[in-house]
Design a protein around this ligand. Structure first.
Ligand SMILES: [Zn+2]
Length: 165
């Protein structure tokens, strides 16, 4: 029997926009739309946003302002800020959702599963024991927008608090 590593970001293709636009760039350029766009927190040059098609509650992404494909195209400052926001996400998600673990990772390039391969981003997926069993529930997309809005309202203030402190 073949056993597969559970890779939550494989579903990423769903996020790819069909009109050729880049939603990371659109979100960055529209601070007034942060609630609508589910942007949780902004740094100087990077931000965190809830994934609209989460594999788990609290699945978020961290992206730089820069529209680049590879880590090699990011400068030190942006790289460091991505990791600082990842640490912040770990902290806030731990406090708010009490996961038992996290998957944190990049898909770089199409064969690696990147859906939005033109704009580098990092996935943070909270994990709980046995959570793979409930993944098919996410097929029911009707409940997702409500849950995501609620999650955003719960988490965004905590991100702001922690980022300031
Ligand atoms: Zn972009």
């Amino acid at each position: 029997m073949t056993r597969h590593l559970w890779a939550p970001w494989r579903i990423e293709y769903i996020l790819a926009e069909e009109d050729g636009g880049c939603f990371f760039c659109d979100y960055w350029a529209d601070p007034a739309g942060d609630e609508k766009n589910l942007v949780l927190v902004r740094g100087e040059r990077c931000f965190a946003v809830l994934n609209r098609y989460p594999y788990n509650g609290g699945h978020l992404m961290i992206a730089p302002e820069a529209h680049v494909r590879r880590l090699a195209d990011l400068d030190e400052g942006a790289l460091c800020e991505m990791m600082r926001l990842t640490r912040l996400a770990e902290k806030v998600l731990s406090a708010e959702l009490a996961p038992q673990g996290f998957n944190v990772g990049f898909n770089i390039g199409r064969p690696a599963g990147a859906g939005v391969e033109e704009h580098l981003h990092l996935h943070v997926v909270p994990r709980w024991e046995g959570d793979t069993n409930f993944m098919p529930v996410l097929d029911d997309t009707r409940v997702v927008p409500v849950a995501l809005g609620k999650l955003w309202r719960q988490m965004a203030p905590r991100f702001a608090e922690e980022a300031a402190g």
